[in-house]
Design a protein. Structure first.
Length: 326
């Protein structure tokens, strides 16, 4: 068993170390950014070369690791995992290639789980393996949702500023240019992308639609739809944006009220979800024999796995109960 774990640890450790060293030591290429610099937003006001926004360099450059990454990408693509990782990375604005992120994730899980099984007992090794397998996904999803919330929170300010520039006689592209420099990221960065693509000849509505799909913001999708309808049938876009901004402010106020009213329920759901797991881990670490009937006897295993299923169902039910859509 130890030999098998060692055979898994050594290649995984070598691949992970080589990937991290390559990531730290390499210098990202700026050729694409330099070629597009004359068309980027604020190119005349910025001095010095900067990396292209959102561009992610290759994490691995050796042929062997590239073949390994390609194999992981092919398997993940057939199961739809690669597309999910790409969507989350784009939503979180992390400049990492999906295939390389999956490769490093798998290597880290194998390496960490094997080390945990070597230095600890089977129980804690499995706990560490489960944590390594789950925590990166949770962290990535949290980062993606956090960026979407920040983007949505900035939308009313963006619409008010855009409406003001339109009433001052500027075009919508000039208004978006003003928004990209007056507002902070993430909305400022996304609008700089839109302006750069529009200056290169891409339709404005198509560029905005791509931002809405990447950020996964339903409110911004409404804005894009409003702009697209106005550009087809005409009308006062500034007044329309003011109406949309008022609607978003009202919805944000309702969200805050709903969050305040359900705070106690959400905290209770978290406590109820974590408490059985924490008590079980503590009891097993202090007195493993106390839980031995649950792990080694047939009736105890039925109760143990049945309680896990019921706990998971209860967690989902509590989360659904306190999640109010506005």
């Amino acid at each position: 068993m130890t030999l098998l774990i060692a055979l898994l640890v050594l290649p995984a450790a070598a691949a992970l170390t080589w990937g991290l060293m390559t990531l730290v030591s390499r210098e990202r290429s700026r050729q694409i950014h330099e070629a597009l610099a004359p068309y980027s937003v604020g190119a005349l006001r910025e001095s010095g070369p900067t990396p292209a926004a959102g561009a992610g360099g290759e994490l691995v450059e050796t042929p062997l690791l590239q073949r390994a990454v390609a194999a992981v990408a092919e398997m993940a693509s057939r199961r739809g995992i690669l597309q999910l990782v790409k969507r989350l990375l784009d939503q979180a604005d992390l400049p990492i290639r999906p295939a390389e992120a999956l490769f490093v994730y798998l290597v880290g899980v194998v390496l960490g789980g094997s080390i945990g099984l070597l230095v600890a007992n089977a129980f804690w090794g499995l706990v560490g393996l489960a944590a390594l397998a789950v925590v990166p996904w949770v962290a990535l999803s949290a980062a993606a949702q956090r960026r979407t919330k920040l983007f949505t929170a900035q939308l009313p300010d963006m619409l008010q500023l855009l409406g003001t520039t339109l009433r001052s006689g500027f075009s919508i592209l000039q208004g978006l240019d003003t928004v990209s420099h007056q507002l902070k990221d993430p909305i400022g960065k996304e609008m700089r992308h839109v302006c750069a693509e529009a200056r290169l000849g891409r339709p404005l509505v198509a560029a905005l639609t791509e931002v809405a799909e990447r950020v996964r913001s339903e409110d911004f999708q409404w804005v894009v739809t409003s702009i697209g309808i106005q550009r087809e049938v005409g009308g006062n876009l500034a007044e329309l944006l003011d109406i949309v901004a008022d609607t978003m402010n009202s919805r944000a106020r309702l969200r805050r009220e709903a969050s305040t009213l359900t705070a106690e329920g959400r905290i209770g759901a978290v406590v109820i979800s974590i408490l059985p797991i924490a008590i079980g881990v503590f009891v097993y670490s202090v007195n493993p024999g106390y839980l031995s009937p649950l792990l080694h006897e047939a009736f105890g295993q039925i109760l143990f796995y049945g309680s896990i299923v019921l706990a998971v169902l209860g967690i989902f039910w509590l989360r659904k109960l306190v999640n109010i859509e506005v």
